[in-house]
Design a protein around this ligand. Structure first.
Ligand SMILES: Nc1ncnc2c1ncn2[C@@H]1O[C@H](COP(=O)(O)OP(=O)(O)O)[C@@H](O)[C@H]1O
Ligand SMILES: [Mg+2]
Length: 224
């Protein structure tokens, strides 16, 4: 369960990136975070991960107040989260497989176990045959699915994806979204930001942001 209570974020004194946002997201939901560029989508996602802290208000994940977490406790939170953020590029000097293994290696898994789990993650996103490739040799859509594999290799409870379908054509965007939806079907909470309205009807709920405020939220009638 993710809860925002009267959360505001100001990067500078007179400009709000988020303004008095209150919302709650239950376990297992597939949420689309919609709204134009600059609306505050990335800021909202970064707050769930503790990357940005609220200027006022409270963000909690599973009952734990994120802003009260010590820096040393952040890795424990992050382990519950699968992050697909825009500034976390794949490393081009190593294979797809070792990119996906990285989060496991960092947390001290043995290389045998890391490789095994990374291969399973690549299978789940439909790219088992790209393990040995360099990221640069893959299409944009495939690279985005590698980023998803890397995000889920720690078996997170919550996936945060910031504009995962940006710059992709419809077919590749569908594949990326399909991969994310498969995790939601398996019980993982997914929060996906997008300014692309063509996918909104696939969400269990759409939260629409404008100028840092939630201006609309609706449940999709078409959602599976
Ligand atoms: N690190 C930052 N420093 C200053 N302003 C920022 C920073 N990050 C975001 N902003 C501002 O906050 C607002 C919301 O940004 P953002 O959350 O990135 O929106 P979105 O992801 O919906 O495009 C924008 O006006 C943006 O310029
Ligand atoms: Mg953004």
């Amino acid at each position: 369960m993710i809860v925002f209570e009267h959360v505001s974020k100001q990067y500078s004194q007179d400009a709000y990136a988020l303004k008095d946002v209150s919302l709650s997201i239950a376990d297992g939901e597939l949420i689309f975070l919609a709204g134009p560029s600059g609306a505050g989508k990335s800021t909202l996602l970064k707050m769930i991960a503790g990357i940005e802290k609220p200027s006022s208000g409270r963000v909690s994940v599973n009952g734990q107040d994120i802003s009260k977490l010590k820096t040393s406790s952040l890795p424990y939170l992050r382990r519950k989260l699968g992050l697909i953020l825009q500034d976390q590029k794949l490393l081009n000097d190593r294979s797809v497989l070792s990119n996906v293994m990285l989060p496991l290696v960092v947390t001290g898994a043995s290389s045998t176990e890391a490789e095994q789990r990374a291969r399973i993650a690549l299978e789940k996103v439909g790219l088992p045959d790209k393990a040995a490739s360099l990221p640069m040799a893959l299409s944009g859509g495939e690279q985005q699915r590698v980023a998803i594999a890397r995000a889920i290799v720690n078996r997170p409870q919550i996936i945060l994806a910031d504009e995962p379908s940006a710059f992709l054509d419809r077919e590749n965007a569908n594949k990326v979204l399909g991969a994310l939806k498969a995790f939601q079907s398996a019980g993982v909470t997914c929060i996906i930001s997008s300014h692309d309205e063509q996918f909104l009807d696939q969400a269990s709920r759409v939260i629409y942001l404008s100028q840092g405020q939630v201006v609309n939220t609706w449940k999709s009638s078409l959602a599976a």
